[in-house]
Design a binder for this molecule. Sequence first.
Ligand SMILES: Cc1cc2nc3c(=O)[nH]c(=O)nc-3n(C[C@H](O)[C@H](O)[C@H](O)COP(=O)(O)OP(=O)(O)OC[C@H]3O[C@@H](n4cnc5c(N)ncnc54)[C@H](O)[C@@H]3O)c2cc1C
Length: 393
Amino acid sequence: MDKYDYIIAGAGCAGLSLLHYINQDSSLHQKSILVIDRNLKKSNDRTWCFWEEGSSDFESLLTTSWNAISIHHRDQNLYLPTAPYTYKMIEGLSFYESIISKAKLNHNIVWKEADILSIDDQAVYWEGGSATATFVFSSILHYNPVFKDAESIHQLNNMAKSHTVKPFLWQHFKGITVEYENEVFDPSTARWMDFNVDQQKATAFMYVLPISNKKALVEYTVFSKSILDKKEYDDPINSFLAVHYPNQSFTIQHEEYGAIPMTQNSFTTRQTSGYIPIGTIGGAVKASTGFAFKSIQEQTKKIAVALSKEEQPTAILKKTRHSFYDAVLLDILYQERMSGAEIFTRIFSKNQASTVFRFLSNTSSIFDDIKIMVTLPTRLFLLTAIRVLLRWK
Ligand SMILES: Cc1cc2nc3c(=O)[nH]c(=O)nc-3n(C[C@H](O)[C@H](O)[C@H](O)COP(=O)(O)OP(=O)(O)OC[C@H]3O[C@@H](n4cnc5c(N)ncnc54)[C@H](O)[C@@H]3O)c2cc1C
């Protein structure tokens, strides 16, 4: 077997982010690295949005950004400035290409396109080959969350219903980038959550991200136990566009689907000294919202720092009061005790976007937390908090 210092199994968001931070550290340039993915000819398969203060390593890759968001529920229309945060958009392909092209200049990095069959502590196996390393960083899920066929939908939905992974919801969505002939969008504001759509007996909203006054990514997003059939996302999107921009012609420039697991249960607790799960399977997805891009950056940067200091890298996240809040919110959504539309509208109607962003990115102060909590029904949240506390390990 070929032996490397590191194997990065899965060159998606987490794998390539890790490669980016390793590559930025000159003390790690001599490390031999195998990057392996079933598809290294990346496509624009997803669009990431995230908020941050100031700028990051990926500033030059941004498609666009906003300084205001809006929330809509029944007759409530909330327009909120995001300062000091900016809400930003990066297209998957620019992110992948930028990191891959820079990493290809480092001849200690070996690229392999293959379907990984299994991963052991310090070893990766694919058809016709295998390799070992001091550390294997894996973001390979044993199933494909981007649903392709009925069989996989069935499996995913069973997973959400199974007792072992409760509470478990999917954040699933279809997004299309539309370009109108006329100017119909306000590019200054990201329509973050418009709950005036079919709720699918769960929580659903339209997410409209204007890239210019003619072009926007329009995404129908649902938090529920079951993923919909692909075509079921089309009706809500089409009726939303017909109501908001009547008699206007547009072309569809891009489509994307996604299903992000919303759970506190880690997919893989089998981190060992030589196998480190990262990204979605490394617990980087925020259980109550599905946001992951920013926490993947934090997680992989931390790993690169540990490697540079020759310390044992880890992706295990400590249980904090924020993960407890997440568990409570998720439980309420899972048990259908209150709709997401009601929860998020209440929170945003009484708080600045910056307070909510801090709360959702685990950086809020206790004072911020109290401001959020008083907007929600005390009895329901207290009873759920007690229930969650009883199973909290
Ligand atoms: C469409 C979409 C939009 C999203 N938008 C946002 C957003 O706006 N903001 C946000 O914060 N989060 C978002 N997310 C959630 C999260 O940021 C992404 O899912 C992110 O890509 C997760 O990173 P990852 O590295 O764990 O997985 P991935 O990026 O999916 O990477 C996994 C890699 O493993 C490879 N692979 C899988 N199986 C095998 C195998 N058997 N052999 C070899 N290779 C394999 C895949 O080809 C892929 O390259 C979105 C997710 C999706 C799906």
